[in-house]
Design a protein around this ligand. Structure first.
Ligand code: TXA
Ligand code: MG
Length: 319
């Protein structure tokens, strides 16, 4: 991709004025503001209709900035950062005072990562502050994986969209914290648990919490389309193909359903391609205005674990 200096400069000027700019990352688009300016950060919560108890991820330009914003960094965090940054990994670490409480929802820890996208890295290197950025979608809805998704939902709320093309990974970052000094995966994402374990040995995984509002990415219902979504064929809710339903499939088409109402994540059965397509296909199915969507799980390994995590959270909950 050619680096567009003009666009990065425009984004910088607006961010310097405390405005909101959507930024491309390798995972999903973020809705960014100056992380050190509480007034600018407050605008993110308003634009997203995001509850204030949901902490934001702070985006850094490089590994060298980690100790400017975090303290008491365990060696295992350094190992992960050195290996995976820039890349789809967020580390939750004790924050330094300069990070406003609004960013962390009052928590003593902050989520930080170095995103792997040339435009956003170039922008971050030109700024004198890091960028707080949640995914650029209304709270609870499907994350955006291209500039058009952002424009469709938040276009009126933000000053500028830095268009960096479709996101390469398509799933949010993997979040790892160190609550007792040892690594715990809080959110499955663009880096597989297997590759974290290859570096650190076995890690604990604690990705669901219906009671802990400090990390809504862990809430059971999130990333959801407006159309009711059920697991098919494995779910208890849909006994047989609903003729009028839409279908999200892994690698094969259903013969009995018209293809316009189906999306196949990867005909090759490739999990990376499936991850890239997941959110865009969920949006497309949601826009068809169908009575429901049946979603098939993918093989539960590597990136497939994060894909299945998002599908499970998108399932319509019944009380
Ligand atoms: O890939 C990504 O991580 C994208 C791109 C834009 O970087 N960002 C993203 O942000 O997914 P968001 O706001 O949609 O999800 C952030 C989640 C929170 O909901 C929470 O679960 C977790 O990160 N989080 C952030 N700070 C935390 C903290 N101090 N302790 C525990 N969890 C935290
Ligand atoms: Mg999000």
């Amino acid at each position: 991709m050619t680096l567009s200096t003009n666009e990065v400069t425009t984004a910088k000027h607006l961010l310097d004025q405390g405005k909101l700019v959507a930024i491309p990352t390798e995972t999903v688009y973020g809705l960014a503001a100056n992380a050190l300016d509480p007034e600018a950060v407050a605008r993110i919560f308003v634009a997203k209709k995001r509850p204030h108890f949901d902490p934001l991820i702070v985006h850094l330009s490089g590994l060298d900035q980690l100790s400017d914003y975090c303290t008491d960094i365990p060696e295992k965090a350094w190992i992960l950062a050195r290996h995976f940054w820039p890349g789809p990994l967020t580390l939750v670490l004790p924050k330094k005072e300069c990070i406003p409480d609004l960013v962390t929802s009052g928590l003593a820890t902050v989520g930080v990562r170095v995103p792997n996208h040339p435009l956003t890295l170039s922008l971050l290197r030109q700024l004198s502050y890091p960028l707080a950025a949640p995914s650029a979608n209304p709270f609870g809805y499907i994350s955006p994986t291209c500039a058009e998704h952002v424009a469709a939902q938040l276009g009126d709320e933000i000053a500028y969209i830095l268009d960096g093309g479709p996101c390469e990974v398509g799933l949010e970052s993997t979040i790892v914290g160190f609550p007792e000094g040892e690594p715990v995966v809080f959110r499955k994402g663009g880096i597989s648990i297997e590759s974290v374990e290859a570096l650190l040995g076995p890690v604990a995984v604690q990705t669901t919490s219906s009671s802990n509002p400090s990390a809504p990415g862990m809430l059971l219902s999130h990333y959801a389309p407006r159309t009711p979504l059920f697991l098919y064929p494995d779910g208890p809710c849909v006994p047989s193909p609903f003729p009028d339903c839409g279908y999200l499939r892994f690698s094969t088409w259903l013969d009995e359903i018209p293809r316009e109402r189906q999306r196949v994540l990867s005909e090759k059965g490739d999990l990376q391609e499936a991850a890239q397509n997941l959110f865009a296909y969920l949006r497309q199915l949601d826009q068809l205005g169908l009575p429901c969507i049946g979603a098939e799980l993918v093989p539960n390994q590597g990136l497939g674990m994060a894909i299945n995590d998002r599908i499970h959270r998108a399932v319509t909950k019944r009380n």
